[in-house]
Design a protein around this ligand. Structure first.
Ligand code: ATP
Length: 301
């Protein structure tokens, strides 16, 4: 019988996590996969944010006991700054996002938001403070309005409209016969990759979190759409503390600071211009991506 109840427990946990502000289905499936439950400390207070800074202090973490992924990672993102995480595949970029969202606890070290250890506060308040714009957003088979309002319990039509405006979705909404009441997804209107990204941005705007976590889309958007979306994201992140996980370096060259990870360690940390001058790993990655882009251009001619 206990065998039977375990999955039900899991579902309950997943459901609660969603209610607590986790808004992305892809994350939910990832959560089911990982099957970890990090409990709240009894009588834990809510996170109280005045200055939404993010600090990693000597964070050591591995998914399995004999394989350390983050090997003593320290960095500080001051409130309102825009910091990008780059590094080779498998370097640990997404792991940092998972730890900040507290899907796992570090084995050693601490993660702080506005000076508060995230282990000491409720997960509901932690997850309400962080908005994720994921790589590939999943939409519910419901109206476009519902899909946006889902960002926050109790969001009204005025909030949804303001968010759609902020995410530059209004031109689309205005073309739709039933505007926000138009059904989308499998059973309704199919949205393009770029439009789905905008819905994800609008969801995040409804949530209005002080901290943003952007996971750059790996799915191919055409160059024009990608530029437009990037512009929207830059506008949305202006007054928020933002961590961006980037694969294409061209999208993050304007960040306040770029953290370069390699094999679980921070190997470089500076602005784009400074990193190019240092001629290290970042400069090497930049040169490689530039020559790949040239190859693509030549192939297209
Ligand atoms: P990419 O750029 O390819 O997305 P990344 O830098 O985001 O890579 P992570 O996803 O953080 O890398 O993964 C870091 C390492 O941790 C990888 O070697 C990966 O195989 C491993 N890893 C990730 N998730 C798990 C898991 N749930 N269980 C075990 N190992 C994992």
């Amino acid at each position: 019988l206990t065998q039977l109840f375990r999955p039900l427990d899991m579902l309950g946990m997943v459901y609660r996590t969603i209610r607590q502000g986790l808004i992305d289905m892809a994350e939910m499936f990832r959560l089911i996969d990982t099957q970890v439950e990090v409990p709240d400390r009894p009588s834990a207070p809510a996170l109280a944010i005045r200055e939404p800074s993010v600090t990693f202090e000597n964070v050591v973490f591995g998914y399995e006991p004999d394989r350390t992924i983050l090997k003593g990672l320290s960095f500080h993102v001051p409130a309102g700054h825009n910091v990008a995480l780059v590094g080779p595949s498998g370097a640990g970029k997404s792991t940092i996002a998972r730890l900040l969202f507290r899907f796992y606890d570090p084995l050693e070290g601490r993660i702080l938001i506005d000076g508060q250890d995230i282990r000491e506060v409720t997960q509901a308040s932690l997850r309400a403070a962080i908005g994720i714009v994921p790589q590939d957003s999943v939409l519910f088979n419901d109206t476009i309005g519902y899909n946006i309002a889902y960002g926050r319990d109790g969001a009204g039509i005025a909030d949804v409209e303001a968010a759609a405006r902020g995410a530059a979705l209004m031109p689309l909404i205005e073309r739709l016969p039933q505007r926000f009441d138009t059904e989308v997804g499998e059973r309704g209107l199919k949205l393009s990759g770029g439009e789905k990204q905008r819905v994800a941005i609008a969801r995040t705007l409804v949530k209005n979190p002080p901290i943003l976590m952007l996971d750059e889309a790996t799915s191919a958007l055409d160059t024009r759409t990608e530029k437009d979306i990037l512009g929207t994201l830059q506008r949305v992140s202006r007054d928020r503390t933002t961590l961006s996980i980037a694969h294409r370096l061209s999208t993050i060259a304007g960040s306040d600071r770029i953290l370069v990870l390699n094999e679980g360690r921070l190997v470089e940390s500076a602005s784009h211009g400074e990193l190019l001058a240092q001629r290290g790993l970042y400069a090497e990655m930049w040169a490689r991506q530039a020559s790949e882009a040239e190859d693509l251009d030549e192939a297209a001619e």
